[in-house]
Design a protein around this ligand. Structure first.
Ligand code: NAP
Ligand code: BGC
Ligand code: ZN
Length: 355
């Protein structure tokens, strides 16, 4: 079968021929429909994040997948069922994090991530997975099923953010999303159309006209250009936010988030930056966090429950939004286009097969 893989240092993905996998007991064989591409895939291709499976010379990419059960192999799944795989797997047998259904909270060494850290991904015509890591979704969501994984990332981030504010009477009235990439825009759409947050803002660094700024406008949100308004000055120009969701991977934003927050607000950091040294006024930030009861938290990955919530969330996103967000779905003959970046690209996917 064909798969899309990257070799360390190559800087671009290639099409490779690899044997079709055989499901082990407890695993199902899945025929891949579509696999999305996100910022993490670009970081993996550039060699800034992730690593190869033990003994492998290349990594099959892809962690945002949707497929159809081809061979249920005696599991509880049904052949023909549309499923989305979760990303993390235990590296050697199982461990306490996986046993309690919280693989997303496992520390380094206690997990691999398919398509990212030490395990082949889903960008192949078929993949196998233990049934417990396959989340069934309604067949009418199959074409957008590759959005379930990134939405699950936000389900987890928001669950943790809200939990951090649950000890007092906290209202989420204004939200600021840093980053107009696919994760930022999906999250903005959730704030606007699912959670009905009163006022939202989304930060980018592009000139109009731009498809992401059109999406921000159409969602009823306010575009903030970081070249004109640095994150820490957003409260002066617009307003301080009850919640800041950082999805730029720009390390300074982690600290500037503290200034962008309203008293009692929470900042959630999602970006995975490269090491970068710069000066910050640590004393002032420390004081600001303490004196205004602010919280700053990091969050990575998501568990099965987040995927299940993400399926409900995906079903609530307006069709016009997902139509505009997904700017390209490319077959295997054209797979390189799914990895291109540029002014007209927002979210892309590779299509391996149709339902
Ligand atoms: P992406 O497509 O690369 O989006 C990042 C966006 O941030 C881009 O639109 C970029 O703008 C914008 N940006 C970067 N620096 C900026 C600045 N200084 N001012 C204004 N805008 C800026 O990536 P993504 O897939 O949406 O993911 C976002 C980040 O979250 C990445 O770092 C990714 O690794 C991370 N991530 C983390 C998790 C997790 O579990 N924690 C899950 C998924 C993704 P330009 O396009 O103009 O450069
Ligand atoms: C994936 C997560 C993963 C994270 C860090 C993200 O793009 O969606 O599942 O945990 O990267 O590798
Ligand atoms: Zn991702």
């Amino acid at each position: 079968m064909q798969a899309i893989a990257v070799e360390p240092g190559a800087g671009e993905p290639v099409l490779v021929e690899t044997p079709r996998p055989e499901p082990d007991p407890g695993e199902a064989l899945v025929r891949t429909l579509r696999v999305g591409v996100d910022g993490t895939d670009h970081e993996v291709i550039a060699g800034h994040h992730g690593n190869l499976p033990d003994g492998a010379s290349q990594l099959v990419l892809g962690h945002e997948a949707v497929g159809v059960v081809e061979d249920a192999n005696g599991t509880d799944l049904e052949e023909g069922e549309v499923v989305v795989p979760t990303v993390r797997r235990p590296p050697n047998g199982t461990n306490e994090y996986f046993e309690r259904g919280e693989p997303d909270m496992a520390p380094d060494g206690e997990y691999v991530e398919r398509g990212i850290v030490g395990a082949h991904g889903f960008m192949a015509e078929y993949f196998t997975s233990p049934a417990e890591y396959l989340v069934p979704i309604p067949a009418d969501l199959a074409s957008l099923g590759f959005l379930v994984e990134p939405i699950s990332i936000t389900e987890k981030a928001l669950e943790h953010a809200v939990a951090s504010r649950s000890a007092f009477d906290w209202d989420l009235e204004s939200a600021l999303v840093l980053g107009n990439g696919s994760l930022g825009l999906l999250t903005l759409a959730i704030f606007e159309t699912v959670l009905d947050v009163d006022r939202t803002y989304c930060l980018g660094r592009r000139d109009r006209p731009h498809p992401t700024i059109d999406l921000i406008d159409d969602l009823g949100s306010t575009y903030v250009d970081s070249r004109e308004t640095p994150v820490s000055e957003i409260p002066d120009v617009h307003e301080a936010a009850d919640l800041v969701y950082e999805a730029t991977g720009h390390a300074k934003h982690a600290f500037e988030t503290v200034d962008a927050l309203a008293p009692n607000g929470v900042g959630v950091l999602l970006g995975v930056p490269e090491p970068w040294s710069f000066e910050v006024d640590g004393g002032r930030l420390h004081r600001e966090l303490v004196l205004h009861n602010k919280a700053l938290l990091g969050t990575v990955n998501s568990h099965r429950g987040h995927f299940e919530s993400a399926v409900d969330t995906l079903a609530q996103l307006p069709e016009w939004f997902t139509d505009d967000l997904v700017t390209g779905v490319y077959g295997l003959e054209d797979f390189r286009a799914a990895f291109e970046t540029g002014d007209t690209v927002v979210k892309t996917a590779v299509e391996f097969d149709t339902i």
